[in-house]
Ligand binder design. Structure first.
Ligand SMILES: Cc1cc2nc3c(=O)[nH]c(=O)nc-3n(C[C@H](O)[C@H](O)[C@H](O)COP(=O)(O)O)c2cc1C
Length: 315
């Protein structure tokens, strides 16, 4: 998740209990090709946040090929994920992310170029096709699979919907049924029960969790516990993840630390009934230290409520 699932956040998740796979935030293929990737903090990682998949965005097949060759040569990532899901204005205007759902031939070329560049696992992150056109989605998916993409991740909301409507999990089921490929479902998994329900009702092979992990970085531990049938451990004290996260911020360049901390707090504080009010107050503080002092006051008497996570605002 852009600006959020950097090395410091992934390290926090790993502290509580890692998922089977970590993903980077989206990284532009252009940036990888034209700037030294060793110096790109989006690509920084540690031993704890592995196996790590790099998510790549762009629209030029030759840049995907070149970027993956460079990354394969310089790092030991577990695989690559192609972004056909981002529906922000910038992606729409520049024709990458979910905009490529309407250019299936170009998307196939991207997949082919990526496959030429590496023998590592390749996945693609999709949204529903515009207007929830299922036929279009399935044909898009088949195109990618034919080029050697092995795993498809589906967030079943159409590009024009933002987060306004519930995701149509039945499209995950359809994608699995029609392609038989390895499918990872995504969208509104807000509790360990949701993860179990997504697996059982759609037949998908895995579950990707986004926003709920920002609020509860320990959710992957809880999902695994639930799948094994055990009782859920209690959540940590609300201040614990904050203090840990601040420590892990040292893994990022100094210039990014406060910005990334504040960005995460917008989500994390939504755990609490007055969280967005707290966030407004925190934002007025001008240093990381001052923000932390205020948080210690505000969160001292709070408790993390039971699942499900409820998202009050998406931005
Ligand atoms: C702030 C934010 C940033 C995101 N950045 C990315 C991204 O970089 N790449 C991507 O594939 N999806 C991105 N997404 C979409 C999520 O991966 C996911 O598909 C979506 O939030 C639905 O899953 P969830 O209900 O578990 O959050 C982002 C979502 C949010 C809210």
């Amino acid at each position: 998740m852009d600006g959020l699932t950097h090395v410091a956040f992934r390290r926090l998740v790993a502290h509580y209990g890692p998922p089977d796979l970590f993903y980077t935030e989206m990284v532009s293929v252009r940036a990888v090709v034209f700037q030294p990737p060793e110096r790109d903090p989006y690509l920084w990682h540690t031993e704890a946040d592995r196996p790590l998949i790099v998510q790549l965005s762009g629209r030029e097949p030759e840049l995907f090929e070149e970027a993956i060759r460079i990354l394969d040569q310089k790092f030991d990532f577990a695989g690559y994920d192609l972004n056909f899901g981002c529906s922000r204005g910038r992606a729409r205007r520049q024709g990458w992310g979910a905009a490529l759902l309407s250019e299936p031939d170009l998307a196939r070329e991207i997949a082919r170029a990526a496959r030429r560049a590496t023998r590592k696992p390749l996945s693609a992150k999709l949204r529903s096709a515009p207007g929830h056109n299922l036929k279009k989605l399935l044909s898009f998916a088949e195109g990618l699979l034919a080029e050697g993409v092995e795993t498809l991740i589906l967030h079943p909301r159409a590009p024009e919907e933002g987060f306004r409507r519930p995701p149509r999990w039945e499209e995950i089921r359809e994608l699995k049924r029609a392609t038989g490929a390895r499918i990872i479902g995504n969208g509104d998994v807000f509790s360990p029960e949701d993860a179990v329900r997504m697996l059982s009702t759609t037949g998908c092979d895995g579950v990707m969790i986004g926003r709920a992990a920002l609020l509860r970085p320990w959710i992957f531990r809880d999902v695994k516990t639930k799948l094994q049938g055990g009782p859920l451990p209690p959540p940590p004290h609300p201040l614990e993840p904050v203090e840990l996260f601040v420590r892990y911020l040292d893994l990022l360049p100094e210039t990014l630390r406060e910005k990334r901390f504040t960005l995460w707090l917008f989500w994390y504080l939504q755990n609490f009934p007055f969280g967005l009010y707290y966030f407004g107050r925190i934002q007025k503080e001008t240093s990381l230290e001052a923000k932390l002092d205020l948080l210690r006051d505000l969160l001292a008497a709070e408790e993390v409520p039971p699942y499900p996570v409820s998202i009050r605002q998406n931005r």
